[in-house]
Design a protein around this ligand. Structure first.
Ligand code: 6A9
Length: 783
């Protein structure tokens, strides 16, 4: 009997990890019910593509190449954002998240501009037009009459009764007709706007895989001679498989247009149920409409962030517009199931299939959702909204985008109250992730930054929370409770009021300091020897503000928030925090754990009896035994969390010490922002293993600089003995960060994942339009 029960019990626990949280869903309307957000540039991993917020959307998008520069194997065809393409720049200059966007791409000597405009109407999400223009960057006499090949494709994800087929329209260029359950009937027509078409070909076939659309194109390229005896690379036309005696219907159609630069074309999507149109959104009508959107955007941007009044000129404003637009334009819509694991599942199991509407940190390297990144994104997306007086609709609009994103994320909570950290949904997303990174474990957390977003929303929109928004918060509340409880129980430390990140590897000897990926700060040094008695100061602070926000939210919604209020007071009690985490010796906050600074990576000597020369991987050697102590020889972002999250009382002398340390160039201060780890820390800029270069060990990160600047602003405005010093540092740090990000943007074309503490140069991946884009809030002083 005992056995039977425990097996049953195990079975139950096994299913818990992929059982959805049992309550009303957060996302109640999506798809065509929200026509203003139905179509969008929701494929941030491609240079330019549109899809709809449907689990199985029609995918459309652009590939291009320059025939003279095409290399064997299709090398040179652009489709997915790849750092290896080496584009000098790509990114949205303007994008409002719902009606239009303009992107600029620099590819060698060429500038490609892609834009789109939506028009609502009918029952299926309305129409849109996309424009692709190619021009020279400068007049370069060495390149004359060069041709570009533009490929516009349409792919069906889910066949069933849906179909697409190549069609010719009056414009003479091959377009598409089709019908799907979500879109009804539709047509896609191509028009030559400026310049002229030298050659056109098309492909109608079955794709090799949704993540292999480029390969599908490459495998169908043919070399032929045109009427003028010129050699051309063309698409192969119909290549349809057989299904018995029947030809298989195509699910992938591409039109290739080869033209002399400069050239531009319009792609017009028209929805069958639209009704009568005044005109087609094409040509000069498109140009004029785009100009109208563009100036309206500029106006709204200024109304929101007030940069002109702050003395910024056109160059700074374009930079800020691009930063915001890249965050908004990076929003994607994904559908699929994560792979998850609990201690009760032998192997990873699939999560349930779900959609996720989310911004992404990087379109090239990680075009997918990350939990704690998204809370930071929420601050900017939520801000792109109020103080806009000229248009009530717009006025409320983007807070709703933010709510929509929150709702999607919280639908990914399981019955335990856990939300997986990294969301790899759908084949396109999966194709970018090495196998070993796919599985998400339900023991592992990531900072609950959505509480920051909520804190911001509650502060900023307190008296403007309409009925419908309150309803969303009502629905969200039980999920937030579950989420909070999950953190507060599963990440508990061994002493009262202490917390510990799970997921560190206590057994590895390959890492100089075992990583703490769950904290979001990856290789930031913690106690050298992970044990169950560790205590992490950053996590404690995260939970403190989570409790504070829960208590405020409970008040707002008329719930009983006593428990949260108590927890919040308890965790922000400076004396208790100081007892556990303040080092009297080095006068700073610190983690606590089993620690020694005396560790080194060393290459093992090959064994004398071995015949071959061996090159063994470096391993960690511990030169002095660890002991339980504060990790107070390390100073950096983690030490600043009580300050970052504004838990230190404004009159605390500890604040003074922190301010002095921040200003000290031997510690964190640089001309480009605050570095992650002080120059004096033992692991400053050290590799974590042979294969892992330093990441959070000195480089400057914008999410943490944002928190620093926001905290300085707070302490500058709180009356207390240190307000003048806070204010002075605030101004300097804010200026340094803005100046460097702008300099680097104009120099390299991108925002970056992190910046060098020595030169200010961008490093890591690019473009990184996630939290680096918070610079807009810093410019506008929205905290
Ligand atoms: C690796 C490589 C093509 C690391 O911005 C997302 C996260 C942050 O949440 C985290 O704080 N980044 C930061 O330390 C990037 C993580 C990328 C992991 C995927 C796969 C793909 O190679």
């Amino acid at each position: 009997l005992t056995v039977a029960i425990s097996v049953g019990y195990m079975g139950y626990l096994e299913t818990r990890v992929n059982t959805p949280y049992d309550d009303r869903k957060m996302v109640v309307s999506s798809g065509v019910d929200k026509p203003e957000r139905f179509w969008g540039s929701y494929r941030p991993g491609t240079y330019f593509g549109l899809k709809s917020r449907d689990p199985h959307s029609l995918l459309t998008g652009l590939m291009w190449y320059f025939p003279r520069r095409l290399k064997p194997g299709g090398d040179g065809i652009r489709h997915w954002c790849e750092q290896g393409d080496g584009l000098e720049k790509y990114g949205w200059l303007q994008h409002d998240g719902s009606t239009f966007g303009i992107q600029e791409i620099q590819d060698g000597p060429f500038i490609i501009t892609t834009s789109f405009i939506k028009r609502l109407g009918g029952l299926h999400g309305g129409d849109w037009t996309a424009r692709v223009s190619v021009d020279y960057k400068f007049d370069d006499p060495s390149i004359i009459d060069e041709e570009v090949s533009l490929l516009w494709y349409t792919a069906l994800e889910d066949e069933g009764k849906n179909y697409i087929k190549p069609s010719n329209f009056a414009s003479k260029l091959t377009g598409v007709r089709g019908e799907t359950s979500g879109l009804g009937e539709f047509s896609i027509k191509l028009f030559n706007y400026t310049g002229s078409v030298n050659h056109e070909s098309y492909l109608s076939t079955s794709y090799l895989g949704l993540d292999l659309l480029k390969e599908t194109v490459i495998s169908s390229l043919r070399l032929m001679q045109d009427k003028k005896k010129q050699k051309r690379i063309v698409l192969a036309g119909d290549i349809l498989g057989q299904d018995g005696t029947m030809k298989k219907p195509p699910n992938f159609i591409a039109t290739q247009i080869t033209a002399t630069v400069p050239f531009s074309m319009d792609v017009v999507f028209e929805s069958g149920s639209f009704g009568t149109r005044q005109n087609t959104l094409v040509g000069d009508i498109y140009t004029n409409t785009l100009n109208w959107h563009s100036s309206r955007f500029a106006q709204r941007f200024d109304d929101t962030f007030d940069l002109k009044a702050k003395g910024y000129g056109p160059k700074e404003i374009s930079f800020a517009q691009a930063a915001l637009s890249n965050m908004i334009g990076g929003i994607g819509y994904f559908y699929g199931a994560s792979r998850v694991q609990s201690v009760y599942t032998k192997d990873p199991v699939p999560y349930w299939k779900a959609p996720l509407y989310t911004a992404v940190p990087s379109r090239s390297f990680f075009p997918r959702g990350f939990l704690w990144d998204e809370g930071f994104h929420g601050l900017l997306i939520g801000a792109w909204d109020l103080d806009v007086e000229f248009d009530i609709l717009c006025h409320w609009f983007d807070l709703d985008v933010e709510f929509d994103i929150l709702c999607h994320w919280f639908d990914l909570m399981n019955v335990e109250g856990w939300i997986p950290r990294e969301q790899i949904l759908g084949v396109e997303a999966l194709a970018k992730v090495p196998q070993e990174f796919v599985t998400q474990k339900n023991t592992n957390a990531n900072p609950p930054t959505f509480f920051l977003t909520l804190q911001y929303i509650l502060r900023k929109y307190e008296d403007q929370l309409t009925e419908s928004r309150l309803t969303i918060l009502e629905r969200l509340y039980p999920r937030l409770q579950a989420w909070f409880t999950w953190f507060n129980t599963t990440q508990k430390g061994s002493l009262p009021s202490s917390y510990r990140w799970r997921g560190r590897d206590a057994h590895t000897n390959r890492e100089l300091n075992p990583k703490t990926l769950t904290s979001g700060l990856d290789d930031y040094p913690r106690a050298s020897h992970p044990t169950e008695d560790e205590m992490h100061i950053d996590l404690r602070c995260w939970i403190a503000i989570a409790a504070e926000v829960m208590s405020k939210l409970a008040d707002l919604l008329g719930r009983d928030g006593y428990k949260y209020e108590q927890t919040s007071e308890y965790l922000s009690d400076n004396e208790i925090m100081n007892k556990l985490h303040w080092s009297d010796y080095t006068q700073q906050y610190a983690d606590y754990g089993f620690h020694t600074d005396s560790v080194e990576l060393k290459r093992p000597k090959p064994s004398p009896r071995s015949q071959q020369a061996q090159n063994l991987e470096m391993v960690r050697v511990t030169l002095k035994d660890p002991e339980y102590r504060l990790v107070d020889s390390t100073f950096g972002y983690v030490s600043l969390f009580p300050f970052f999250l504004q838990l230190i009382k404004p009159d605390s002398p500890k604040l003074k010490k922190i301010l002095d340390d921040i200003e000290n160039p031997n510690l964190l201060w640089t001309n480009y922002g605050l570095r992650s780890l002080s120059k004096t820390s033992p692991l400053y800029m050290k590799r974590n293993s042979e294969h892992d270069p330093p990441y959070w060990r000195g480089q400057i990160w914008m999410n943490m600089n944002f928190l620093a600047i926001r905290a300085l602003y707070y302490y500058a405005n709180a009356s207390g003995p240190y307000s003048a010093q806070s204010s002075k540092i605030y101004r300097k740090l804010r200026q340094n960060v803005i100046d460097n990000l702008m300099t680097q943007y104009y120099k390299t074309g991108y925002l970056w994942e992190q910046y060098s503490d020595k030169t200010g140069e961008g490093s890591g991946c690019r473009p990184f339009n996630g939290w680096t884009a918070l610079v807009v809030l810093i410019m506008g002083e929205h905290y």
